[in-house]
Design a protein around this ligand. Structure first.
Ligand SMILES: *Cc1c(COP(=O)(O)O)cnc(C)c1O
Length: 360
């Protein structure tokens, strides 16, 4: 068996320990005589799995009691609709456009009310985070929306926007559990787990209780109402049970690693190795302004498309896979999520050094 170093942006690398444990439990989960995939989501065994998962993510993130944790489906993309459907009471929301995901969320919100783009970094191919200290926030805005870590472009907010008292809503798909955050600064946080937490199919929504109401936009499907899922403790219908089980294992893995403070330190160390190399390289260049660099997604280029393609090809052959940049950006992107071991980054940099030498 040969595991590669997988730099995919998502679905992405998972901790090997978690995968081994899941493999051991595949045929007989804790004496139940069946796989978690085969059991009723109403069974006692599964109840324990989902309750433990919720408690563990609460512990990890320090989620206060007045926030609910929902395990939903539909990916991060369904939240682009659910957020306006549930939160646009005044029919107004402000969006900060820092990449494709924020833009898609913005476009979707326009279907439901007055969505306003109050800032954007599209003028420079989303290579920076705009100054958000004094934005023209609408007096009637129900919320201000951000995509906190921009998976495709490799930028991250180092400081949250000044929302002038309005509810902050954040897509944290690609920085989920990568470092501690202050949950109380947000009204709603959500993420598709397939970037940094678990397998595709689960989206976790962390929402302040006062935002969960029956007062949703007319025509909002039952399945798109936060209240329905909150009241049913994420068991209104069949949840993505196996995915939740794997997420629960990742939460335990993170706790054993020392929690999010320790994860942040580890992630900073990993990212520094790659960024330091890029900053001195004569061949490879990072594409993002230094202050706004993501710890999770690191895009870079050689400036020559053919050379980029050659690099990706040779890297793949050497066991460093999924380094091709997003189809809209080109070049390369190394996603170095929680589960990417530091050796993976060290070895990648070594490989890049060799490539650089060979192509001078
Ligand atoms: C991948 C991604 C999405 C889309 O996720 P789906 O689960 O495929 O809908 C949304 N936002 C961010 C930041 C992402 O990285």
């Amino acid at each position: 068996m040969a595991r590669v170093y997988n730099f995919s942006a998502g679905p992405a690398v998972l901790p090997e320990e978690v995968l081994r444990e899941a493999a051991e439990e595949m045929l007989d989960y804790k004496g139940s005589g069946m796989s978690v995939m085969e059991m009723s989501h109403r069974s006692k065994v599964f109840e324990t799995i989902i309750e433990d998962a919720e408690q563990d993510i609460r512990d990890l993130m320090g989620i206060p009691d007045n926030y609910r944790v929902l395990f939903l489906q539909g990916g991060a993309s369904l939240q682009f609709s659910m957020i306006p459907q549930n939160l646009m009471k005044n029919g107004v929301a402000d969006y900060i456009i820092t990449g494709q995901w924020a833009k898609k969320a913005f476009k979707e919100a326009q279907k439901y009310g007055k969505a306003v783009a109050v800032a954007s970094s599209e003028d420079k191919t989303f290579s920076y985070i705009p100054d958000c200290s004094d934005l023209p926030i609408d007096d009637d805005a129900d919320y201000v929306y951000i995509c906190e870590n921009n998976t495709i472009y490799g930028t991250k907010y180092k400081k949250l926007p000044n929302t002038k008292g309005k509810t902050l809503v954040a897509d944290i798909s690609s920085c989920f559990l990568s470092e501690p955050i202050d949950v109380t600064k947000y009204g709603l946080i959500y993420g598709g787990v397939q970037k940094n937490v678990g397998p595709a199919g689960v989206v976790i929504v962390i929402i302040r209780e006062d935002l969960i109401t029956e007062d949703v936009l007319p025509g909002t499907p039952t399945m798109c109402q936060y209240k329905i899922h909150a009241d049913a403790k994420s068991l209104y219908n069949t949840p993505p049970a196996y995915g939740i089980y794997i997420c629960g294992k990742v939460f335990k893995w993170l706790k054993a690693k020392g929690g999010l403070e320790a994860m942040k330190e580890y992630n900073e160390k990993k990212a520094k190795i790659l960024y330091d190399f890029l900053d001195q390289s004569k061949l490879f260049k990072g594409t993002v302004v230094k202050e706004d660099r993501s710890l999770m997604n690191v895009p870079f280029v050689t400036g020559d498309k053919e050379l980029d393609a050659e690099f990706v090809k040779e890297a793949t052959a050497a066991g460093f896979v999924n380094l091709k940049g997003h189809r809209t950006v080109g070049g390369m992107r190394a996603s170095i999520y929680n589960a990417m071991p530091i050796e993976g980054v060290e070895k990648l940099v070594k490989f890049m050094e060799q490539f650089e030498e060979a192509h001078q």
